[in-house]
Design a protein around this ligand. Structure first.
Ligand code: TTP
Ligand code: CA
Ligand code: CA
Length: 617
């Protein structure tokens, strides 16, 4: 669903950069003997020469297209070099391409906010760099404008004006002058990418993301296109409606069929009210905006992918028809996902919070329902075995729904697992954990941090609601635990339910930062009545050396009466200052309160309310 966002008041310079025939360029860098030759990268499945997934520009000249298979490509271009995508675990392994994309991102990010939009695309917000250049060294003051900038395509140039003249116009309005600076900056960045990686890319430079994206594909390869505001009506007037992002599907078809709209510009014939009446308030406003080239989407500062996913299709005869075969493939996909999550955690200190599985399936003819295989999601637990276990539960649950309690034959034609809601481990929590870790160094392994909670915590939601469920996730939940941030060993499912609705001060928020198990690891319970099973085995015996002399907190975490202790005086206040303000306030409160009370005489009376299970209403 498109979202209508008003355009910001201040002008912006946004670039969209897309690498040319990306996988082919990566393979040609790996194997320089392929350079200059017509080349394509083919899928792992070798049927009929393998499906083409990337086609080099030399091969495109012969009419080779991505929709072809290798055998077909050889017919139109006998000399074509077909390179098979790298393979691992019986499927395509895209790590090589992901890493190559990251190299480019790190170069492009030098000049402004950068959003990695796909494996080979980024958006850049170059407003500040362009403003600065316009003040210090506008194009007309440059002794020489480099060739790459001069090769720019500027849409809507009038009266035989050259690109150089347009770039150097001093009487142009502020918006165009900013774009001219943007063109110089992007050309420099593209040259830098070429020099450092040997990859060519194409770019669009405009005042918003939508226009920049449209423009980057107009002239390829190794070219850039600038969209001055005055050129927007012509650009959109000739743009088929289904070529616009988000209009390739049902909405675009409806506009074509019901309103006779052929191009984006045709939408200008409708008032905002009419579009809203037909398509709802938000979509109507969005359509009205795009017809005018208005788009307020911000470039998100994100150099890393938003999610990780791996999947595989099983077309035709390869369809999976038994649970054991599905499990085999699902395990492989989960293994890959787990490796990528761990690498992301190690390298980027990020944790994913939601595990999702998607599948496509078919049922034996005669099956009564036409239900699609539902996507399923659950909170993500780190560790390959746990991901495999949870993914399997999700699959089984999806299959049950898919079959709708009928015992018909089934086949799975595609399977994918992905991890989303990826947030950085915040510095504050990191350092407080590190601080506690310094006291008990043997428990401060990252892998332990991520793999700490119980086995029975998978709650399953279907695709219909997984987004809404996920939207409840708190980015401050950092130890790989469930989204409610309230899981603790021994807590029952009911006591775990800690939604934002019943989020009382001090109950959930503090636990999101001080996961009970962390304390358990470092400050295990003085077992009073005892907890049982594996949860206890995770803990090491701990002697609170200062228990007799320092004020200590006793934290009652659940109905099984686990009591945790730690010394308030062990908490370094400078570290507390690194926590988010909301949490700082709470920590300060309980530190103060502990100094006023004698916890030895009043067990659980001071801090315990912070950690007490949420009362059921
Ligand atoms: P694209 O940017 O769509 O295409 P491209 O980079 O190959 O070519 P262009 O010069 O036109 O931008 O996709 C980037 C890479 O993603 C592509 O090299 C291979 C991969 N890809 C697939 O694996 N399957 C697909 O269906 C598409 C569209 C891309
Ligand atoms: Ca590309
Ligand atoms: Ca692309």
């Amino acid at each position: 669903m498109p979202i209508a966002r008003p355009a910001p008041q201040a002008p912006r310079v946004i670039a969209h950069v897309d690498l040319d025939c990306f996988y082919v360029q990566v393979e040609q860098r790996r194997r320089p003997e392929l350079r200059g030759l017509p080349t394509a990268v083919v899928q792992y499945n070798a049927w009929k020469g393998g499906g083409l997934i990337a086609v080099g520009y030399e091969a495109r000249k012969f009419g080779v297209k991505r929709s072809m298979r290798g055998d077909e490509a050889k017919m139109v271009c006998p000399d074509i070099q077909l390179v098979q995508v790298p393979v691992a675990r019986g499927k395509a392994d895209l790590n090589l391409y992901r890493d190559a994309g990251s190299e480019v991102v790190s170069i492009l990010a030098a000049k402004g906010r950068c959003e990695r939009a796909s494996i080979d695309e980024v958006y850049l917000d170059l407003t500040a760099a362009a403003e600065q250049m316009l003040t210090a060294t506008p194009p007309d003051t440059l002794q020489e404008i480099d060739e790459e900038t001069l090769k720019s395509h500027v849409l809507g140039l009038q009266n035989g004006e050259s690109v150089k003249q347009w770039l150097c116009r001093t009487d142009a309005d502020h918006l165009d002058r900013l774009l001219a600076c943007g063109a110089v900056i992007v050309a420099e960045l593209r040259a830098e990418v070429l020099k450092k990686t040997s990859f060519t890319c194409s770019a669009g430079i405009a005042h918003n993301k939508m226009l920049a994206k449209l423009a980057s594909g107009i002239h390829k390869p190794a070219q850039q296109t600038v969209v001055p505001s005055s050129s927007v009506p012509d650009l959109l007037g000739s743009l088929p409606i289904n070529k616009m992002k988000q209009l390739g599907g049902k909405l675009g078809s409806s506009l074509q069929k019901e309103l006779g709209v052929a191009t984006v510009g045709d939408l200008l014939h409708f008032t905002e009210e009419k579009l809203q009446e037909l398509y709802g308030w938000n979509t109507g406003a969005w359509l009205w905006n795009i017809a005018r080239g208005i788009n307020g989407d911000e470039v998100e500062g994100r150099l890393l992918p938003k999610s990780h996913g791996c999947g595989k299709t099983f077309p035709g005869q390869q369809a999976l028809k038994s649970l054991s075969v599905v499990k085999h493939w699902l395990n492989g996909l989960c293994e890959e996902l787990s490796e990528r999550l761990q690498a992301d955690l190690d390298k980027n200190k990020r944790l994913a919070h939601t595990l999702i599985i998607h599948a496509d399936g078919s049922k034996a003819q005669g099956a009564l329902t036409k239900r699609k295989f539902p996507s399923k999601s659950c909170p993500l637990r780190y560790g390959t075995a746990k991901i495999q276990e949870d993914a399997w539960k999700l699959f089984e649950s999806g299959l049950r729904e898919f079959l709708d309690l009928q015992s018909s034959e089934w086949a799975v034609t595609s399977l994918s697992v992905s991890a989303s809601k990826i947030f950085p481990v915040p510095t504050g929590t990191n350092s407080i954990v590190k601080y506690f870790g310094e006291k008990q160094q043997s428990y401060s392994q990252t892998s332990e941090v991520c793999d700490v909670y119980g086995e029975d915590t998978t709650s399953i939601s279907s695709s219909g609601d997984h987004l809404s469920e996920a939207s409840d996730l708190q980015p401050v939940n950092h130890f790989g635990e469930e989204n409610n941030g309230c899981h603790s060993p021994g807590m029952t499912h009911q006591t775990n339910k800690c939604s934002t609705v019943n989020r009382e001060k001090g109950v959930c928020s503090i636990l999101e930062h001080f996961h009970p198990i962390r304390f358990l690891k470092h400050f295990p319970p003085t077992v009073d009545g005892g907890t049982s099973g594996s949860k206890d085995e995770e803990t090491e015996s701990f002697k609170n050396e200062d228990a007799g002399t320092s004020p200590s907190h006793e934290i009652q975490v659940d109905q099984q009466r686990e009591i945790w202790r730690f010394n308030v005086e062990d908490v370094d206040l400078s570290i507390v200052k690194e926590l988010p303000p909301e949490i700082q306030q709470e920590v300060q409160t309980w530190i103060k309160s502990s100094k006023r009370t004698n916890p030895a005489k009043r067990p659980g009376s001071s801090i315990s309310h912070y950690f007490a299970p949420v009362k059921k209403s």
